[in-house]
Design a protein around this ligand. Structure first.
Ligand SMILES: C[S@@+](CC[C@H](N)C(=O)[O-])C[C@H]1O[C@@H](n2cnc3c(N)ncnc32)[C@H](O)[C@@H]1O
Length: 295
């Protein structure tokens, strides 16, 4: 009986959240505004805070450091992710000032410049899912590679050649280091390119079997260039933000009308899913499509 009680207490301590540490420390109305979750990238925690909580952000940061012993630095993310580099606005609220950190995902290492590069640890399963769909011998284009998670996951499980393109020079720098960091784990190869993927499409016409389009703000205006990479047919993975009630149908109809106008057909919808919620009505979705040029 005593052992059971001790076990229960240990368990309770184990599952304590940073929110529990803030009870009695910050006003009650602020407690109810605290986010349930936050991201951890390597040694850095990033928590989205509404403006009203910034006055107590130091307590929030300290509470996170206390609960998560592997976290050494906490940033508050204020407002939404912005601009073509998809960067958050980060305020340092606790711990050391760390900008470069190494994140582990499925045994792979990713150096991330958290202030200057996009990276979401919530996409780990998505990076892996796409990697497992690729086949040995494939030529893959990652049109918006960031620090390289899709490209490096693919090359780690398949003898594929992946062109990883990003317009952000800081992301490109991390990408190069990440290829080196993981080189012993790669079966395939990753070619890093720092450029606008629309420009690269002109040079790599018709070479790819598979194109990854992880630019959810506006994938539709890049479809024309994604098709340039393909040679008459292939698979495209299109990520987008769309609103409820039917975000997948909405995205599919936008893609279909764009493809039709370009002389291509969707032969098969291989897979679709809601990857995550971005706000109460907005969803981050993915569609895997087998597409073919019309005869
Ligand atoms: C949502 S992030 C995706 C990052 C990566 N795929 C991942 O899963 O972590 C979108 C990326 O697209 C890049 N980007 C935006 N416009 C671009 C363009 N025209 N050509 C190439 N990359 C671009 C941004 O710099 C950013 O790194």
């Amino acid at each position: 009986m005593i052992e059971t009680v001790i076990g229960f207490i240990v368990n309770m301590q184990h599952h304590r959240s940073y929110r529990d540490l803030l009870v009695g420390l910050i006003p009650k109305e602020d407690l109810s505004r605290l986010p349930r979750s936050f991201d951890i990238i390597g040694e850095v925690a990033i928590i989205q805070l509404p403006e009203q909580l910034l006055k107590v952000s130091k307590y929030i940061g300290e509470a996170i450091l206390k609960i998560h012993k592997n976290v050494k630095c906490v940033y508050a993310k204020v407002g939404t992710i912005k601009g073509k580099f998809r960067l958050p606005h980060l305020l340092h609220i606790a711990g050391e000032q760390i900008e470069l950190t190494t994140h582990k995902e499925y045994g792979l290492s990713f150096l991330v410049d958290v202030k200057r590069c996009y990276f979401s640890p919530r996409l780990a399963n998505e990076h892996r899912r796409i990697a497992l769909l690729a086949k040995d011998g494939e030529y893959v284009i990652d049109m918006f590679s960031g620090v390289g998670p899709f490209a490096i996951h693919i090359a780690s499980v398949r003898k594929a050649l992946v062109y990883a393109i990003d317009i952000n020079p800081y992301a490109y720098r991390c990408l190069i280091k990440n290829i080196r960091l993981n080189k012993r784990k790669l079966k395939g190869a990753v070619v890093p390119i720092c450029s606008d993927s629309r420009v690269v499409a002109e040079y790599l016409r018709g070479i790819a079997n598979r194109v990854i389009m992880n630019f959810p703000d506006d994938p539709y205006s890049f479809l024309e260039h994604a098709l340039l990479f393909l040679n008459d047919e292939g698979v495209i993975h299109v990520y987008s933000f769309e609103n409820e009630p039917d975000p997948i149908a909405l995205s599919l109809s936008k893609i279909r009308s764009k493809l039709t106008s370009l002389g291509w057909d969707i032969i098969d919808v291989l897979y679709s899913r809601i990857v995550k919620e971005v706000s109460p009505k907005r969803r981050y979705i993915v569609l895997d499509l087998y597409v073919k040029r019309k005869r």
